[in-house]
Design a binder for this molecule. Structure first.
Ligand code: NDP
Length: 524
């Protein structure tokens, strides 16, 4: 209890990262508050599930209508709280969420309905099976600040469509956006206890992992993900872990330099580089290396850095000063080890403590932190390669495996290379934007996590699969029940021949010798 009061006494502040203006303070929810919330969610979930898919989808459509009508205010709030340019708030947050509802409206029935499961085995022909998908119950969601609306919304909407209740712990840097999401859902008709948000810090998140939720969807860093996996492992709580990335971009020798360099600059600097799928490492064929670098520098120097509320801004602030320090450390480490800065390379204190100039680095190597650790800032490190196999090997030489991109004029070649890259998603001739394809599964391998969000696979994460089987001949004892003996052994061996012997003759013999099984009566 004392411990809980101590947690409850802690506060987190939501602030505008461009101006450092404090927007609101929140008391961190403590363990008792989270437990009570989960208990209310458990009670409310049954009715939400019983409502049926058609009515739940109706509510989600209403949410879509409300969000569409209020897109400008919500986008402004996102920019206010996390700093990204307002155009990005619309394109990478609001649009993604509106389209996620479109996907659920069009596909939930098909994905979640009961499925007949025909049996191939001759022995089981008298049975009929079905796959039934049931909501888990209460899904805990812990989300980061970098996509403060689209991440909790896409995960939450899928959970709700499947009939779950949700308890969400947003990042302490993006509580206001999460509360706005809840408010829109409640206005649309989602009962308050079916979607609850609790602002707080890491300890609030930990309290949620220990509360009696039925599944946890976590999005955040690999370090926190590992801690969560340990807690979840100790109680066998199912989890989806959407973790960090170090996405490589491979520019093959037949790529269009103008297009690829624009893609690199956008993919590296979108959301000030704070995107899990952003281009964190760039490998360019030696023949294109100099022209590619030249184009990237020219385009980077044209970017306008500033407050995201200004519609002319291309790159906003980082979320907090700690992140600026990480980016600076990575750049300094690269310079000490021989990299060259071709653009940026420093913070921009004249704009505010959270700004960092979009940076292009040349001559980087895999010994540098900038090529191994997640930088999560506006830095584009570029390295040359000679052969395609070398580029693939460099791309795979990473702890992470979230996304990647391949740039080439030859689509087939791009797809062939894509198959050899260890990542959850590989784009050919674009980067990052697969997050905005509602149908596309999102998730990683290696240190980038487990499970998937978005699309059909994301919806499948929100349900337990149950197999229901009915016997068509309920009045008969089954031939494989007790009452074994030598004859039964012989008949079973013949039954295997009937099904699996290579020659037709052996199969026919098997059929004759196993026919007795049909009239077999167990002794028990
Ligand atoms: P963090 O791991 O620091 O935090 C993520 C969430 O976990 C926050 O809500 C945080 O709360 C909470 N948290 C912190 N400690 C604990 C704990 N011990 N138990 C439970 N919850 C805890 O990540 P960031 O918010 O800094 O987000 C950036 C990271 O997220 C990057 O690594 C990025 O790549 C990754 N990411 C991955 C995505 C993907 O889909 N794969 C998408 C977007 C981001 P608080 O903020 O209050 O500390």
């Amino acid at each position: 209890m004392t411990n809980d009061l101590q947690i409850a006494a802690r506060k987190v502040a939501s602030r505008n990262p461009a101006t450092l203006e404090v927007l609101r303070e929140f008391e961190c929810a403590g363990e008792a508050v989270i437990r009570e919330a989960v208990s209310r969610a458990q009670n409310a979930q049954a009715a939400w599930s019983r409502l049926g898919l058609r009515k739940r989808i109706f509510v989600l459509r209403e949410f879509q209508r409300l969000l569409h009508g209020r897109q400008a205010q919500v986008a402004r709030l996102i920019t206010h709280e996390v700093g990204k340019p307002i155009a990005e708030a619309v394109a990478t947050e609001i649009l993604v969420v509106l389209d996620a509802v479109r996907f659920l409206v069009e596909n939930s029935y098909q994905c979640l309905r009961d499925e007949q499961l025909p049996h191939g085995s001759v022995a089981m022909k008298a049975k009929t099976g079905q796959i039934v998908r049931e909501p888990y119950g209460v899904i805990g969601i812990i989300s980061p600040w970098n996509y403060p609306f689209s991440i909790p919304a896409t995960e939450g909407l899928a959970a709700l469509a499947a009939g779950n209740a949700v308890v969400l712990k947003p990042s302490e840097w993006s509580s206001l956006v999460a509360l706005e999401l809840a408010s829109l859902l409640h206005q649309a008709g989602v009962p308050e206890n079916v979607f609850q948000v609790f602002p707080g810090d890491g300890a609030t998140g930990e309290a949620l992992t220990k509360a009696p939720i039925d599944k946890l969807i976590f999005t955040g860093s690999a370090a926190t993900g590992r801690r969560i996996a340990q807690v979840a492992g100790s109680r066998l709580l199912p989890v989806v872990l959407e973790l960090g990335g170090k996405d490589p971009m491979l520019v093959l020798e037949d790529a269009n330099v103008e297009v690829a360099s624009s893609g690199a600059v956008w993919g590296g600097f979108v959301n000030a580089g704070q995107a899990c799928l952003s281009v964190e490492r760039c490998y360019v064929h030696r023949r294109l290396y100099e022209p590619f670098l030249g184009a990237c520098v020219r385009k980077t120097l044209q970017l306008r850095v500033g407050n995201g509320l200004n519609p002319e801004t291309d790159v906003g602030p980082l979320i907090h000063e700690r992140q600026v320090r990480v980016v600076d450390e990575h750049v300094q480490d690269a310079l000490i080890h021989g990299a060259r800065v071709l653009a940026g390379g420093h913070a921009l204190p004249e704009l505010g403590p959270n700004f960092f100039a979009p940076t292009v680095l040349a001559d980087v190597t895999h010994e540098m932190r900038i090529m191994r650790e997640e930088t999560f800032g506006p830095v584009l490190p570029v390295m040359a390669f000679e052969r395609e196999e070398e580029a693939i090997q460099l791309a795979n030489d990473s702890d992470y495996g979230l996304g990647a991109s391949v740039w080439t004029r030859d689509r087939r070649r791009g797809e062939r290379v894509a198959r050899q890259i260890q990542a959850g998603a590989v784009m050919v001739n674009d980067a990052v934007s697969c997050f905005g394809i509602a149908e596309a599964p999102h998730g990683g391998m290696k240190a980038s996590g487990l499970g998937r969000s978005h699309g059909r696979f994301g919806l499948e994460e929100m349900v337990r699969v149950k197999y229901v089987d009915s016997d068509r001949l309920p009045g008969l004892r089954k031939v494989w029940w007790y009452g074994y003996g030598e004859a039964f052994g012989r008949q079973m061996a013949a039954f295997l021949d009937l099904q699996f012997a290579r020659s037709v003759v052996d199969r026919m013999k098997g059929a004759l010798r196993s026919a007795r099984l049909l009239s077999r009566k167990g002794k028990l």
